[in-house]
Ligand binder design. Structure first.
Ligand SMILES: Nc1ncnc2c1ncn2[C@@H]1O[C@H](COP(=O)(O)OP(=O)(O)OP(=O)(O)O)[C@@H](O)[C@H]1O
Ligand SMILES: [Mg+2]
Length: 246
């Protein structure tokens, strides 16, 4: 059975791509067949997996212009449906179709993977809706060092609507605190505040600040290939175990 996880937060720079890259790679290292999908026109996951964007990408795949096999690339980290800087024009075209929310779910039907990890863009448009409709779980990475949780309501409202109308199976895997420094009073305050909210399901694992997480993606590598002894590798291993236990 395939488990599909969307990594989503409409706020920018909250570690979505870092999480998709390294959770995907951790799941593959644990022996699972992993497909990752880059749904962000910034192409950060595509580049982080060491692939240069080309003519076949998530946009052409979603509109049926390229087949799954034509779009797929094998990388060191996982199999990948890459993105392209023109993806927004494809999102616009998808939006004009009556069944626009179901394109990704339909095209992923019966694919032979244990996990599909989807890196969402920092917005809640048609691509994010497609990801959530195709998913069993969604994971929200956020920072513990500012009031990032203020924007959480928008995602939770969208996912509640999608669960009610389009995908009853959708569940929150949890909120993942990233770039987290538990030693600061402020981080502890944010953590306590999130814990008080019983709707929010905070994951036990968190990802500490670690410069090698920034470096690895810039070199087109996952953290296990780039710095296997790093804090980042340990934290993503722990997250992987927690996700496997869901
Ligand atoms: N735990 C961490 N420690 C250090 N740097 C991190 C960590 N997590 C992410 N970063 C860095 O923070 C920046 C933003 O992270 P990332 O690209 O993963 O966020 P994002 O949510 O995907 O952003 P966007 O909304 O633009 O897609 C990147 O430069 C990344 O390398
Ligand atoms: Mg990103």
């Amino acid at each position: 059975m395939t488990r599909t996880v969307s990594i989503t937060n409409n706020k920018g720079g909250t570690s979505k791509t870092t999480t998709a890259l390294n959770l995907g790679a951790a799941l593959k290292r644990a022996g699972h067949r992993v497909l990752a999908i880059d749904l962000d026109a910034q192409c950060n996951l595509t580049l982080g997996a060491g692939h240069m964007p080309g003519n076949a990408h998530a946009g052409t795949f979603l509109l049926g212009e390229t087949s799954f096999e034509e779009t797929l690339v094998e990388t060191e980290s996982f199999d990948l449906i890459p993105s392209h800087k023109t993806l927004l024009s494809y999102e616009y075209r998808i939006n004009t179709e009556p069944d626009s929310a179901f394109f990704l779910k339909d095209y992923l039907f019966n694919k032979q993977y244990d996990f599909i990890v989807i890196d969402c863009p920092p917005s809640l448009g048609a691509l994010t809706v497609n990801a959530l409709v195709a998913s069993d779980f969604y994971l929200i990475p956020m920072q513990g060092e500012n009031f990032a949780y203020v924007g959480l309501n928008e995602i939770l409202q969208l996912t509640a609507k999608i669960k009610k109308r389009l995908n009853p199976d959708l569940e929150l895997a949890g909120i993942l605190l990233s770039k987290f420094d538990h030693r600061t009073k402020f981080a502890q305050m944010v953590y306590a505040k999130l814990q008080q909210n019983t709707n929010l399901k905070l994951l036990k694992s968190h990802i500490r600040q670690d410069v090698t997480l920034m470096e690895c993606a810039a070199f087109g590598k996952n953290i296990f290939a780039y710095a296997p002894e790093s804090r980042g590798a340990k934290d993503f291993d722990a997250l992987c175990q927690e996700i496997l236990a869901l």
